[in-house]
Write a protein of this length. Sequence first.
Length: 243
Amino acid sequence: MLRLTSIDASYGRVQALRGISLHVGEGEIVTLIGANGAGKSTTLEVISGLIRAGSGTIAFDDQDVTSWRPGRLVRAGIAHVPEGREIFGSLTVEDNLMLGSYSRPRSEREQIASDLQAQYERFPRLHERRRQLAGSLSGGEQQMLALARGLMSRPKLLMLDEPSLGLAPIIAQQFLAEVQKLREEGLTVLLVEQNARAALRIADRGYVVETGRIVLEGTARDLLDNPEVQRAYLGRAYGEIWE
């Protein structure tokens, strides 16, 4: 479904990605793991068109989308739930959800209303809070809202950036379990997650990113069992809340 080939990207004069190549197959959960500043979030931002690739190609659904703008990519089926949630705090929960469908045509009005109800069924707490300002929600509720808003665009590929950041362990565990359910429903997921052990436990495959490069790739099980990955990313501090 998605293939990056030799992607370079920079912030001004600072090169953030150096020849990144990866692929995500339809129906997979693929995770990117690595230290802070390794280039994981930048990779998602390049895919979603927020940062322009300096070189290399991005193919999505058999189309070259390297130069596409973010809105066109959303319409094509890519949803990006960013780090920090980026909800609109001064708008209601329901207004935030409806903004997630902004790229869909008016002819889908009835389907959008049905999808809204589906998100309320997925996250009943959002239905309870639907008239509440989004900025007054708890961290876990805001993460539910960010995910549900992304799903309102009816994506083929869902990209999640640090979804468990700042959440209580039990809430983070429940959230990642919901990501597994989405895959079971047929959604493809590209996941960046601070808890590498938890990410690899729900993923099919993973890539290790260091200083803007892919240094290791493999099945999730192979990476979990890799001594170097265990030493660098899977210490007890990461894994203890998931045992």
